[in-house]
Design a protein around this ligand. Sequence first.
Ligand SMILES: [Zn+2]
Length: 353
Amino acid sequence: MKAAILYSEKMKEYDLGHVLTGERYENFMRLFRDILGGNPDFEIIEPSNATDAELKLVHTEDYIRRVDRCESKDPHDTPLSPGLVRAAKLLAGAGKLAGELIVSGRFDKAFVIGGGVQHARRDHEKGFGIFSDVGLCAENLMLNHGINRILILDVDAHASDGIYHIFCQEPRVLHISIHQNPRTLYPGKGFVDEIGEGDGAGYSVNIPLPPWTSDTAYQYVLRSIFVPLAKEFKPEIIMMIDGSDTHFTDRITQMGLTLKGIKVIGNIVKETAEELCEGKVIDFVGSGYSYDSRVVALGWLASLAGVTGVKIELEEPVPVPDELKKDLRLKETEEIVEFAKIYLGKYWECLVA
Ligand SMILES: [Zn+2]
């Protein structure tokens, strides 16, 4: 195993002055260096900004020009400033580089620190996201590196509606988003009947889970949706979007994962990638708005430990509520999985209800 950590100090300009603060990246890197800094299996690599030509693989020219002028169409949602635009281009550049490092064979794991832009569209900014790092990574691999089957697994608490819009007609990309029920959380999209369209019908999978879904129920979804779909789709590479906003201490979401639960999800992805695609995983790890800032960095480290299998001690800084230890929401989760099979069984043998 050899893992690239894509990080630049300039990432701190990705700061919206509210829960999405610029110091989250430095905090994580401090923890990473403390615990894994001397481990030769990890290499920190500094990305550079995506160029206009690269951004155009995903975004429209008019939109790129408007962002350069910092003219936000929704300044309350995603206010644009020169620093933020620079950081957004850096993140997109990191996404592109992560894909290239994996196909070069130099690394089998890559981590885009602060990555995982989920809501940005091809032609507008949305939900703190400006340029799609995930979209650029995938488009570049398909157009320039001969990759034809990419699985994007999003386990962040929010549905990735932007990625859905970018790839909902693309059968070369299987996009699975597991998230808090959008009736209870932004972006209000990501219901089971959103399965893609045209040639992409069946290649978008949305699994909305009730608030306070805990570790066991998440693992149930991974084992009954992600693993069988991956085996049938046979991806050449797996991209994952996560972070720590699924942790039970998060301020803006209401999910019930522990650090151990975040790590186990990463580990299921690792095992699946080893079986299907020589262990190739790109992890866009960037969410997390816990009231305890230690949790944000620890959640990212938990994901990294799961995806790489590196042995580290992970101590929960906040006691886990007793309620979460009781397979919370497992029954409802089983019902949602059965419901999703009604929509998807037509496209996938493994999901025939
Ligand atoms: Zn999120």
